[in-house]
Design a protein around this ligand. Structure first.
Ligand code: ZN
Length: 414
């Protein structure tokens, strides 16, 4: 259609598909109708974007086919098809199912399948379920629901979003040594999931490459198939890789949620992630905390919670400036973990100094802010939320009161 000068349309393409599916794709009758409906809606969306980009002279990319992958895939359920055990207590199918079983788990009914036990209950009361997506990832199955809840329910399930003090401000330095440094002197440790799991992943991928499978395109065309042993091990590898991703995602979500529901204003460096990953020594450490994802989450959660985010220009030398007197040190290298100011004698942790400078940009676009830190009660509340959620923190000696011009005697030791 596109080559003939027409604008491809998801609905028309679906009609074509429906006309031939009985002969050419009989397996689509094994699954729910919605499973084959949604992809055409997605196709429409990506064509809309393609033509919109074209019209507005943006970079265009023609819609791509989804890659077919082992142990991964997804399909949609419409609200009319979704049956959950707790809302279907009167259904005969449900009663048969829970016979002799405790009602500890919630069950989801899949069309053309059966009642499937879910690992968790839906945690919202009186939720109106719009749709659901079943997906397979890392050798596990997931269902994600899109649901509508009442304001009351939102307040009950998001208590912290209603107690944000807009006066609380923070500068956040994202570093290599600690994942994040707050201008309140709190250092948030990086879980480093990759480093721990890297050996396991390496060993499994090595073993996997030895199992029977097509190693080249030619071999695949010759009919070499992936062996059962290959498929079994590939699930194990996917589990290990999935664990890395899950630990990382869990950490990022917890940290960004706590920060965007505690502070009213956040200053963070607008990092050039692509530029940083080009430096090979930094690459792995940078990828390990997923800077890009951290920024994305802070930005969208700030918007949801109605708080301000200041993205500080990436060329602002936050590490090189003394946050006490404003002196700039041009010869500071990445190895210098401590900032020694030759002018005023301040000795500060490098990342803490940078976070203070970012806070300064937020408060008055000035170097050397004397903005008070959070109150002890605020800090205790914040630290306890980190600790409840299993996030390791440490308090950095700020050394602000101890700064002195006496040489030979560092004002603070880290
Ligand atoms: Zn100084």
């Amino acid at each position: 259609m596109y080559k003939a000068g027409e604008k491809p349309n998801g609905t028309i393409i679906r009609k074509h598909f429906n006309a031939i599916k009985k002969e050419q794709f009989p397996f689509t009758y094994d699954v729910t109708k919605c499973a084959t409906d949604q992809p055409f809606r997605n196709l429409q969306k990506s064509f809309d974007k393609f033509f919109d980009d074209w019209k507005n002279k943006r970079i265009v990319s023609y819609p791509q086919f989804k890659k077919k992958r082992d142990n991964a895939g997804s399909f949609y359920l419409q609200s009319s098809e979704i049956r959950l055990s707790e809302t279907n207590k009167n259904s005969k199918a449900f009663e048969k199912l829970i016979h002799n079983q405790k009602q500890k788990h919630q069950y989801l009914h899949l069309p053309n399948l059966d009642w499937i036990k879910m690992a968790e209950h839906i945690r919202f009361n009186n939720a109106k379920i719009e749709n659901a997506c079943i997906s397979q990832k890392d050798g596990r199955f997931y269902v994600s629901f899109s649901l509508q809840i009442t304001d009351e329910e939102y307040k009950r399930t998001h208590p912290h979003t209603h107690s944000i003090d807009s006066k609380r401000k923070v500068g956040i330095d994202v570093g290599i040594k600690s994942a994040l440094m707050l201008s309140d002197g709190i250092s948030i440790e990086n879980p480093k999931p990759l480093k721990k799991n890297l050996r396991k992943i390496k060993r499994l991928s090595k073993q996997l490459s030895k199992r029977v499978h097509p190693k080249t395109k030619e071999e695949r065309l010759q009919g070499v198939k992936k062996s059962n042993n290959y498929m079994k091990l590939s699930v194990k590898l996917a589990h290990a890789q999935g664990r890395v991703a899950n630990v990382r995602r869990n950490f990022l979500h917890k940290v960004t949620t706590i920060l965007t529901t505690h502070y009213g204003e956040i200053a963070i460096e607008d990092l050039n992630v692509k530029g940083m990953t080009k430096n090979h020594h930094l690459a792995q450490a940078v990828n390990d905390v997923s800077f890009g994802e951290l920024h994305r989450q802070i930005k969208y959660k700030a918007k949801t919670n109605g708080i301000k985010v200041l993205l500080v220009d990436r060329y602002f030398p936050s590490s090189k400036i003394c946050s006490v007197c404003g002196e700039k040190k041009d010869d500071l290298t990445l190895r210098d973990r401590t900032y020694h100011c030759e002018k005023c004698g301040a000795v500060l942790d490098r990342d803490y100094n940078a976070s203070r400078n970012l806070l300064g940009q937020l408060v008055n676009h000035k170097i050397g802010t004397d903005d008070p830190e959070s109150t002890p009660a605020d800090l205790t509340a914040l630290l306890s939320r980190f600790s409840i959620n299993g996030i390791a923190t440490s308090k950095v000696e700020t050394g602000k009161q101890q700064k002195s011009h006496v040489s030979g005697e560092p004002a603070c030791i880290l």
